[in-house]
Design a protein around this ligand. Structure first.
Ligand code: ADP
Ligand code: MG
Length: 708
């Protein structure tokens, strides 16, 4: 039986076709359920009526009651407005309407007594309310509700049609009066009804859903309001975690993957003879996780988050050797040609004593070598293929692809994954590596259906990068500092921003900056590599190569070098106009230094005129080197909507919950969902029946179900 909540909003008493259309257009309210889930953003104490005299310059909102002493339309056609004067025992106040004048005129007449609520503004020194909410004043006490009155988000268009922030509450009230307890049945399992209070830790019991909705709209006490909102937030987060958990657990149980049953000769020989350093604890842990995943017969789908410089490449290499030891081929994909080449050079060097075939394939591979590589891959003679997206092309066929690794791209999409799967009968294991740390709370929601590993430990012996913030007027000192480092045999990066919207100007700045640096560092004593996106591929590569090999001491570049590049001898990173970069990007750029054993420095150059947020970003960077902490801060400052890779994903569209502020409830929801799926992975028990039914009834209604 269809729930009353799916009724079209038009059929709610007091709505009708006209208002329904507006509600749909303006607020996306189509059904009774949508209205129920349109929550108030504040409550006003309706019993509290202020005196007009009490209005001060700092007053934001006010509720007053009084008599209308005049009303009339003023101004010419362009500034036509309705102005009424309201008087109470203490003074007078102007009420102004620019729209919906006709409707107001019908309601408001001279001599009538009204209750008025609105935002205070001042016009030529006297207070006024523009588009206030206004209603006929009821007799003292009579019919006055004892609850805190909800105020809803609304729009100007709705206001003039009598659906202001408070008037929407009348509709909600009508709706709540119609709903029976059975229309909002409990969906949490019995055992999950208890919870520890956020502040006191005291055991509490959730309000029922029915009660929670009523209290969230029309609270009878502030404390109950809080509990109601907490219950609804928890419910949202819990349902989301259960959905993600179900996807993950189904994949775990039903996907089919190739089995890497043994650690064999190549892995062991490399590990004992050629591994240039001891693995960090984090690297070992992740390898164990990969080994466990790939030994089970299900397909691995793992996201590896490692802070810049944590040594992801070595993990990738060892995982590929594991695949090879089990008779499979492996491929490693990088986002740029430069990175792919670098991986190829590094890995070939590390493996040079082993009888393994490693090849490179990029968009610019010459057709002869390309043909050879394709042949080797198809016949199974090739062990490791390293490349750019060229690897995904139709023509690239493997005999037995067992593992695909994607570097520096957590946004490796579903479509791209699918192309990988087509390259083998049984889909290869997939490991996606990213150096853009994602805060735990975000990862839990945005990637809750993937397995993920975290490498939060840097190899030993690294000295923390020292970061400073300098204004433009300190440029001479900064240049001296570079000179000093170069004299010690080190190298330096100078990075300029390049933003699409201001590309032309940015290139001009890059040009000027480059000339400027050249003037500070003249040839032949100094040599500079310049790398930017406008250059031809070969020129860019040559310049890059010269810096890699130490022929040039300074690299002037745009962010094309952002990800992955590894030049351990570089110890200085100067970021020009640093205020133009986001936190994560600055952290990424900074990660290009501090990769060797020498002490490294990052200098953030900005103009002295900095906004508050930019200042905050600079100070966070100077305070910490920890990418995960920075990501948390980023999330706090920008909010979840803006974090790379989650935009438009629809995954974070909670009605009430907010993953930054409601971390406590998110953790609890995660814990409960895990507990649930551990003991009842199909939601088949009697205890989970209501929950399962609820999830099914929601199917197609939320962004969550779209991904499931
Ligand atoms: P990222 O995680 O940013 O991709 P890389 O894999 O490029 O980092 O590694 C950064 C540097 O650290 C490289 O020079 C690499 O050789 C070195 N490295 C990696 N693992 C270790 C380790 N366990 N001990 C010492 N150095 C390491
Ligand atoms: Mg890397």
């Amino acid at each position: 039986m269809a729930s009353i909540l799916s009724n079209p909003i038009e059929y709610l008493k007091g709505v009708g076709p006209l208002r329904a259309e507006l509600l749909q257009k303006e607020l996306g309210i189509f059904s009774f359920r949508d209205l129920l889930e349109h929550f108030p953003y504040r409550h006003v104490d309706r019993t509290k009526i202020n005196l007009i005299r009490e209005i001060e310059p700092a007053t934001e909102y006010i509720q007053v009651a009084g008599k209308i002493i005049s009303i009339g339309v003023m101004g010419d056609r362009r500034s036509r407005r309705l102005v009424a004067e309201l008087r109470d025992a203490s003074g007078k106040l102007e009420l102004v309407w620019f729209q919906g004048i006709h409707g107001v005129q019908k309601l408001v007449q001279v001599g009538g007594e009204f209750l008025v609520y609105g935002r205070v503004s001042f016009f030529q020194g006297s207070p006024q309310l523009t588009h206030p909410e206004i209603e006929v004043l009821q007799g003292q006490g009579a019919g006055r509700p004892d609850w805190l009155e909800p105020v809803y988000p609304t729009t100007e268009k709705l206001k003039v049609r009598g659906l202001g922030g408070r008037q929407l509450g009348k509709l909600t009230q009508t709706l709540l009066n119609m709903l029976k307890e059975s229309d909002l049945p409990e969906n949490l399992p019995d055992w999950a009804m208890e919870y520890p209070d956020e502040e006191t830790g005291e055991r509490r019991k959730w309000l029922s859903r029915y009660e929670a909705y009523r209290q969230a709209h029309f609270p009878t006490q502030p404390a109950l309001f809080r509990r109601a909102v907490e219950r609804l937030k928890f419910e949202e987060l819990f349902l989301a975690q259960v959905r993600l958990g179900l996807i993950k657990s189904r994949r775990h149980r039903f996907s089919k993957g190739v089995v890497f049953s043994q650690v064999g000769e190549m892995f062991n020989r490399f590990y004992t003879q050629y591994l240039p350093f001891e693995l960090t604890g984090a690297q070992k842990r992740v390898l164990k996780e990969i080994r466990r995943d790939t030994g089970t017969g299900r397909q691995m789908n793992r996201l590896l988050q490692g802070d810049v410089g944590s040594g992801k490449t070595m993990v990738a290499l060892l995982a590929m050797l594991l695949a090879i030891d089990n008779g499979f081929q492996a491929c490693l994909m990088a986002p740029t040609e430069i990175l792919a080449r670098q991986h190829f050079a590094g890995i070939s060097e590390l493996l040079k004593e082993l009888p393994l075939e490693v090849r490179l394939l990029t968009g610019s591979s010459k057709s002869k070598s390309r043909k050879e590589v394709l042949g080797m891959a198809a016949e199974g003679r090739l062990h490791i293929l390293i490349g750019t997206h060229a690897v995904l092309e139709e023509a690239v066929k493997f005999q037995r692809l067992g593992l695909a690794i994607v570097d520096e791209q957590h946004r490796f999409g579903v479509a791209q994954r699918a192309r990988l799967w087509n390259k083998a009968e049984v889909p290869p294991h997939v490991l996606v590596m990213t150096a853009t740390p994602i805060p735990r709370t975000l990862a839990m929601t945005a990637y809750g259906d993937l397995d993920y590993s975290v490498m939060d430990e840097l190899p030993p012996g690294r000295q923390p990068i020292q970061t400073v913030h300098r204004f433009e007027d300190r440029r001479p000192q900064v240049m001296d500092f570079i000179r000093h480092e170069v004299a010690k045999g080190r190298q330096a990066y100078v990075i300029f921003p390049l933003i699409e919207e201001s590309e032309k100007l940015d290139y001009e700045n890059l040009e000027k900056g480059y000339e400027n640096i050249k003037a500070w560092f003249p040839e032949p004593k100094y040599w500079i590599s310049r790398v930017d996106g406008r250059q031809k591929q070969e020129i860019r590569d040559t310049n890059m190569q010269r810096f890699l090999s130490g022929d040039t001491q300074i690299m002037v570049a745009t962010t094309v070098i952002e990800v992955g590049v590894n030049v351990p001898n570089a110890t200085v990173m100067v970021i020009e106009s640093a205020e133009k970069f986001g936190l994560s990007q600055l952290h990424q750029l900074r990660g290009r230094v501090g990769r060797g054993s020498e002490k490294s420095f990052c200098i953030l150059m900005t103009s002295p005129r900095l906004g508050k947020e930019a200042r905050e970003r600079m100070s966070i960077l100077t305070e910490t080197n920890n990418g995960f902490k920075i990501a948390e801060k980023d999330l706090e400052i920008r909010g979840p909507g803006d974090i790379e890779g989650t935009r438009q994903s629809g995954l974070l569209n909670f009605k009430l919950a907010n993953i930054v502020q409601d971390r406590y409830w998110l953790e609890l929801a995660r814990e409960r969902a895990t507990e649930l799926l551990d003991k009842d992975p199909d939601l088949a028990t009697e205890e989970s029946r209501a929950l399962k039914a609820f999830l099914q009834s929601q199917h197609g209604k939320t962004a969550w179900s779209k991904i499931s």
